[in-house]
Design a protein around this ligand. Structure first.
Ligand code: NDP
Ligand code: 8X3
Length: 250
């Protein structure tokens, strides 16, 4: 009997690749705002497993609560929570940043992660079992110029992961964080508001990670024996040494 994994941000990039990677082992709840993408992915996943789509904006606390509490008893028994939804919005010096971008990053990457966690974790505590993987970033290890608020949001994910691990320690719930470096997804298109040229430059001259590389790390973390927690995993492309040091080929 498969247990249930809920993945936020499953409509593209790391979340979508994770859904595809976990379909053999889990029944899946896939979440995101773009309903057409959720439906399309669900059709593929359904060849391998049972799937439920939850279509909500993670910033909307009421919508998050209603969607998760609206699941029937079977689907509500979530064993694996992948807190993946998130993005960077803009790349500006602190005195030039857009407060709308700041709100988006704090509301999605931090508060959205909290809203989903608050809705899902109590039933893990009740059954004394669960596995939570938060997607942090190398941006949550090193601050880089103009990263300011995105960095802060990923430092917050790191702090929340550590806090969750402490608070959930009495209940046999594993809490892990995966911190990717540069992954070629829709991430830069979102950061640069659809500017394809600017987005392409981020990955120019390096072989960036692909979403599947992180999905495989998630599968690995989940496949460890019951007594093993992978607390923290930093994954970068060969060409990357830190947030700011990249070996770009001309
Ligand atoms: P993508 O842009 O490809 O995917 C982002 C996902 O988050 C989408 O499925 C999107 O769904 C969802 N999302 C964004 N905003 C909201 C919202 N308001 N409500 C609900 N869902 C939302 O980027 P990645 O796959 O790269 O990003 C996934 C995670 O990985 C993020 O947390 C990111 O910070 C992190 N990360 C990415 C790295 C990279 O270089 N790409 C490196 C390190 C970490 P939809 O728009 O349909 O709602
Ligand atoms: C995404 C990696 O370096 O673009 O979290 O911030 S970076």
């Amino acid at each position: 009997m498969k247990s249930i994994a809920l993945i936020t941000g499953a409509t593209s990039g790391i979340g979508e690749a994770t859904a595809l990677a976990l379909a053999d082992s889990y029944h899946l709840i896939i979440c995101g705002r773009r309903k057409d993408r959720l439906d399309k992915l669900a059709n593929v996943l359904k060849m391998k497993t049972d799937v439920t789509c939850l279509n909500f904006d993670i910033r909307d606390q009421g919508a998050v609560k209603a969607a998760i509490e609206g699941l029937d008893d079977t689907w509500r028994s979530i064993s694996v929570l992948i807190n993946n939804a998130g993005n960077a919005h803009g790349l500006h010096y602190i005195h030039e940043g857009s407060t709308e971008d700041w709100d988006a990053m704090i509301d999605i990457n931090v508060k959205g992660l909290l809203y989903v966690s608050r809705a899902v974790i109590p039933q893990m505590v009740a059954k004394q079992e669960g596995n939570i993987i938060n997607i942090g970033s190398t941006a949550g290890i090193d601050v880089y110029p103009r990263g300011n608020v995105y960095n802060a949001s990923k430092f917050a994910v790191d702090a929340l992961t550590k806090g969750m691990r402490m608070d959930l320690n009495p209940y046999n719930i594993k809490v892990s964080e995966i911190k990717p470096g540069l992954v070629e997804t829709e991430f830069s298109m979102v950061r640069f508001k659809g500017d394809g040229e600017r987005s392409k430059q981020v990955y120019e001259g390096i072989e960036a990670l692909q979403a599947i590389d992180i999905a495989e790390c998630i599968s690995f973390v989940l496949s460890r024996p019951k007594h093993v927690t992978i607390a923290d995993m930093v994954v970068m492309p060969l060409a990357q040494a830190s947030s700011t040091i990249l070996n770009r080929k001309k």
